[in-house]
Design a protein around this ligand. Structure first.
Ligand code: C2O
Length: 561
C-alpha cells in the first residue's frame, strides 16, 4: 500500500439551507465534508487542525484500527478531544477491508455537520466479486438538517428530560430537495412532482446514461433516524453492507440505519420512459410525531436530456413509516459471500455468552424541575439498566497506563439485572443506574452477544454500532430471545458481517465476534439522542501474550484533557 495524506481544517462556514443561513462547522469549508479515497492496505495520515473555539474529534466509522485505538476517535474513549486551536494527526493502515465506510465527528452532536465518505477500493488489480460496473457514481450520504442550533437541541433534550426537537429536513449529500419555497416561506409539497420543481436549487441530482450498470454507495449519516430509500421505477441489486460483500439480492426499497452503508448496482433501462425519476428517503419509526416525518427527494437524471418541461416526475413508493415487516424482510436477506476468497470467519465455539437489554429508561425528575419525559420523569437510555457516564479522561489512555481507579468500573452487567419478559409484567428498565462501566475480555475470547430490545410498543429499534470490530449477525427474531430454542436456528454458515446492526423493535438480535483487537472499544446506539442519554458501553480487550497482540504505544501528539 501507499501513504495518502489529507488535511482537515475544521472551521466555521456559512451555509444556507431551507432559506436559513447558519454558521456551521465544516471540514475545509465543505458540507458535507471531503471524500477520502484509499485502497486496501494503504496508510491514511489525516492532519486535523481545529480552528473552532469548540472541541472536536473524528471517527473513521467501520475501520478496525488493529491494535491502534489511538486513531479511532470517540472523545473521552480513545482520546481527549482536540481543543479549539489544537491539532491531532490520525494515522492508520487499512488492513483486510475494502468497501464503503465513512468518517464523522465524535464529540457531542457535531456529526450532524461533520461527515464525509471513506471509500476503500480493492487492492490494485483486484476486481469486485460482481460484474464490473460501467462507472462508480458519487456516494450519497443521507443526513438531517436542523434550522435550530443542534447544541441547543441536545441541551433542551438533556435538561427538560423529554424528547429532542426534530430536524427540519432529511438531506441527500447535504441538500434537502425542493421542500420549501423561500419567496413565500411556505413548505412545498412533500415530494417534487414535476421536473420544473426538481430543477430548482437545493436538490441533489445524480446523472446517468441509459443502458448501463453503475455502482452506487449509500451511507446513512442521519442523527436519529432509520431510513427507507428507493428510486422510482428502478430495482437495485444489493452487493455490499458495511464494507463487506454480500450475496447479491434485488430490492425496490432499502432500509438503512444510521452508521450503516449499503452498496448497490443500479442498472438503467436502455429506453427510459422519463427524462428523470425521483429518489426519496423517509423515516422508519413507530413513533411518528416525535420524529422528523418529512420525505426528502433527489433526482436521477438521464443524460443526454431531452428539452421538455412539465414532465411528471415518477415518484418511488416507499413503505409506510411503521412497516416493521418490510424492515424485517429486507434485513433477513443479507448473507455473507462465504467463498474461499471472502470467507465468513464466524466463531463456531463461544467462550462468553452475554445478553444486554437495550432500550430507553428513565431517571427521577429533580425536585426543583419540571420534566417532560414519560410520567414526569427524565429520559435516560441504557443497556442492562446501566446508563453510560462519559468519563473525564480517555479510557484508552487510562487502560494503557493501568490507571483505572476513579475512571472506569469493570462491572458492566453481562446479564440483565431485571429479566425482561414481553409476556409478563412490563419491562423493568425504568430507573437506571449510572456509571462508566466496561466489560473486560481476555485476548481472543469468542463472544456471543444477544441484544434484546425492550420496546414494547410505540418505540423504535436501536442501531447498535461497535468500534474496532465487525461482528457476524447469526440470528434475530421478535419477542423474547429464547436461549433454548433460538440458537438452533442460527446461521453459522454465511451470516452477514457488519459494524452496525439494528436491534429490532420488540425483538432481539444475536451477534458473534472474536476479541482479537486489543484496546478499549465503544459500543453504542447510533441515534445521537440515545447516545447522549447513555445508550453506550465499552469493551476492554486486554493484550495477548505475543508482541503483535499488544496495543501500539500512543502517538506523541495525542490531545490532553
Ligand atoms: Cu459512527 Cu461511535 O460511531
Amino acid at each position: 500500500g501507499i501513504t495518502r495524506h489529507y488535511t482537515f481544517n475544521v472551521q466555521m462556514t456559512n451555509v444556507t439551507r431551507l432559506c436559513v443561513t447558519r454558521s456551521i462547522p465544516t471540514v475545509n469549508g465543505q458540507f458535507p465534508g471531503p471524500k477520502l479515497v484509499a485502497r486496501e492496505g494503504d496508510r491514511l495520515v489525516i492532519k486535523v487542525h481545529n480552528h473552532m473555539n469548540y472541541n472536536v474529534s473524528f471517527h473513521w466509522h467501520g475501520i478496525q484500527q488493529l491494535r491502534n485505538g489511538w486513531a479511532d476517535g470517540p472523545s473521552y474513549i480513545t482520546q481527549c478531544p482536540i481543543q479549539g486551536g489544537g491539532s491531532y494527526t490520525y494515522d492508520f493502515t487499512i488492513t483486510g477491508q475494502r468497501g464503503t465506510l465513512w468518517w464523522h465527528a465524535h464529540f457531542s452532536w457535531l456529526r450532524v455537520h461533520l461527515y464525509g465518505p471513506l471509500v476503500i477500493l480493492p487492492k490494485r488489480g483486484e476486481g469486485y466479486p460482481f460484474p464490473r460496473p460501467y462507472k462508480e457514481l458519487p456516494p450519497i450520504m443521507f443526513g438531517e438538517w436542523f434550522n435550530a442550533d443542534t447544541e441547543a437541541v441536545i441541551n433542551q433534550a438533556l435538561q427538560t428530560g423529554g424528547g429532542p426537537n426534530v430536524s427540519d429536513a432529511y438531506t441527500f449529500n447535504g441538500l434537502p430537495g425542493p421542500t420549501y419555497n423561500c419567496s413565500s416561506k411556505e413548505p412545498m409539497n412533500e415530494l417534487i412532482t414535476d421536473l420544473i420543481d426538481a430543477l430548482v436549487a437545493d436538490t441533489y441530482k445524480l446523472k446517468v446514461q441509459p443502458g448501463r450498470t453503475y455502482l452506487l454507495r449509500l451511507i446513512n449519516s442521519a442523527l436519529n433516524d432509520e431510513l427507507f430509500f428507493g428510486i422510482a421505477n428502478h430495482t437495485l441489486t444489493v452487493v455490499e453492507a458495511d464494507a463487506n460483500y454480500v450475496k447479491p439480492f434485488t430490492a425496490k426499497t432499502l432500509v438503512i440505519s444510521p452508521g450503516q452503508t449499503i452498496n448497490v448496482l443500479l442498472t438503467t433501462p436502455p429506453n427510459p420512459a422519463s427524462q428523470a425519476y425521483a429518489m426519496a428517503i423517509a423515516p422508519y419509526t413507530n413513533t411518528i410525531g416525535t420524529f422528523d416525518n418529512t420525505t426528502a427527494a433527489a433526482v436521477l437524471e438521464y443524460a443526454p436530456t431531452r428539452a421538455t418541461s412539465n414532465n411528471r416526475l415518477p415518484l418511488p413508493a416507499l413503505p409506510r413509516y411503521n412497516d416493521t415487516n418490510a424492515v424485517a424482510n429486507f434485513t433477513s436477506k443479507f448473507r455473507s459471500l462465504a467463498t474461499a476468497r471472502y470467507p465468513a470467519r464466524v466463531p463456531l465455539a463461544v467462550d462468553r455468552h452475554v445478553l444486554f437489554t437495550v432500550g430507553l429508561g428513565t431517571d427521577p425528575c429533580p425536585s426543583n424541575q419540571t420534566c417532560q419525559g414519560p410520567n414526569g420523569t427524565k429520559f435516560a437510555a441504557s443497556m442492562n439498566n446501566n446508563s453510560f457516564v462519559r468519563p473525564r479522561v480517555a479510557l484508552l489512555e487510562a487502560h494503557y497506563q493501568r490507571r483505572y481507579a476513579g475512571v472506569l468500573m469493570a462491572n458492566f452487567p453481562t446479564t440483565p439485572p431485571h429479566p425482561f419478559n414481553y409476556t409478563g409484567t412490563p419491562p423493568n428498565n425504568t430507573f437506571v443506574t449510572h456509571g462508566t462501566r466496561i466489560v473486560p475480555l481476555k485476548f481472543n475470547t469468542s463472544v456471543e452477544l444477544v441484544l434484546q430490545g425492550t420496546s414494547i410498543q410505540g418505540a423504535e429499534s436501536h442501531p447498535l454500532h461497535m468500534h474496532g470490530y465487525n461482528f457476524f449477525v447469526v440470528g434475530q427474531g421478535f419477542g423474547n430471545y429464547d436461549p433454548v430454542n433460538d440458537p438452533a436456528k442460527y446461521n453459522l454458515v454465511d451470516p452477514v458481517e457488519r459494524n452496525t446492526v439494528s436491534v429490532p423493535t420488540a425483538g432481539w438480535v444475536a451477534v458473534r465476534f472474536l476479541a482479537d483487537n486489543p484496546g478499549v472499544w465503544l459500543m453504542h446506539c447510533h441515534f445521537d439522542v440515545h447516545l447522549s442519554w447513555g445508550l453506550s458501553m465499552a469493551w476492554l480487550i486486554n493484550d495477548g501474550p505475543l508482541p503483535n497482540q499488544k496495543m501500539l504505544p500512543p502517538p506523541s501528539d495525542l490531545p490532553k484533557c
